[in-house]
Design a binder for this molecule. Structure first.
Ligand code: PRP
Length: 212
C-alpha cells in the first residue's frame, strides 16, 4: 500500500473553499475538520493525513517535508519565499494585493507603510524607486493610516468592504492572488503517483473562469 500523503490545510478563510474543491473532486474529506481542536487528522480510507495549519506556516511545513503537499495563498507563498514546488493554481480565494491610503494621501518626505507582508512591500517599493519605512503588523492593517502609524498600507483586498467601511482607497493593485497547491521537492518525486493523481482530480474541478 502507498505511503500516507500528508497535506497541510490552511485554517481560516481559505479552508472552506479548499475543502469544497476537494469534495467536488470526489475526495471525501471529513466535514468541519476546521472546527475541531484536533490538529492532525488521518483519513485512512483515502490514504491521507490532514495537518491543520496556520496559513502562514504552510510553506514551512512543506519545505521541511513534514507535509508532502499544502494549500496556500499566493500572498503567503510570495512573502515566505520557501523552497517548494508550486503545482497548481486552484483558482479559489481570489483577491489582490494592493497599496492603500487615505483619499487625500500625497507623496511626503517621511513615508511609512504598514503591512503583514514586509518582504512583498519592500520589494515593491524598491522596484518603484520609492524610499519607504516598512512597519510589520499582524492584523487589522487598515488601522495604521486611520490612527497615524503609517501613510499607506500594503494589504489584501477581497470584496473591498474593509476599505469602504474605513474610508480608505486602493491606490494600486500589485498582483492577483489565488490559492495554490504546493509540494515538497522530495515528496514530489517519492510520492509522484499519489500527488499527480490528486492534481489530475483537482484540475478537473478548478473553476476555469477563475484561473488566470
Ligand atoms: C483581510 C485583509 C483585509 C480584509 C480584506 O483581513 O487584511 O483587512 O481581509 O477583505 P475585504 O476586501 O473583503 O474587506 P483578515 O480578515 O484576514 O484579518 P486581519 O485584519 O487580521 O488580517
Amino acid at each position: 500500500m502507498a505511503d500516507t500523503l500528508k497535506i497541510a490545510m490552511p485554517k481560516g478563510r481559505i479552508y472552506k473553499k479548499a475543502s469544497a474543491l476537494f469534495r467536488e473532486a470526489g475526495l471525501d474529506i471529513p466535514v468541519d475538520m476546521d472546527e475541531t481542536r484536533k490538529l492532525v487528522i488521518p483519513v485512512q480510507e483515502m490514504g491521507m493525513e490532514f495537518i491543520m495549519a496556520k496559513p502562514v506556516d504552510v510553506p514551512t511545513y512543506v519545505e521541511y517535508g513534514v507535509a508532502d503537499i499544502g494549500i496556500v495563498g499566493k500572498d503567503v507563498l510570495m512573502e515566505e519565499n520557501r523552497d517548494v514546488y508550486e503545482l497548481l493554481d486552484l483558482g479559489i480565494a481570489r483577491c489582490r494585493m494592493s497599496v492603500i491610503a487615505l483619499p487625500d494621501w500625497k507623496p511626503g518626505i517621511q513615508q511609512r507603510v504598514a503591512t503583514k507582508y514586509p518582504n512583498i512591500a519592500s520589494q515593491y517599493f524598491r522596484e518603484q524607486g520609492q524610499q519607504v519605512e516598512v512597519i510589520k503588523l499582524n492584523g487589522s492593517i487598515e488601522l495604521a493610516p486611520l490612527i497615524g502609524l503609517a501613510d499607506r498600507i500594503v494589504d489584501m483586498v477581497e470584496t473591498g468592504q474593509t476599505l469602504k467601511e474605513n474610508g480608505l482607497v486602493e491606490m494600486e493593485s500589485i498582483f492577483n492572488i489565488t490559492s495554490r497547491l504546493i509540494a515538497n521537492r522530495v515528496s514530489y518525486r517519492m510520492k509522484n503517483t499519489q500527488i499527480q493523481s490528486l492534481c489530475d482530480r483537482l484540475q478537473e474541478v478548478i473553476p476555469t473562469s477563475e484561473v488566470k
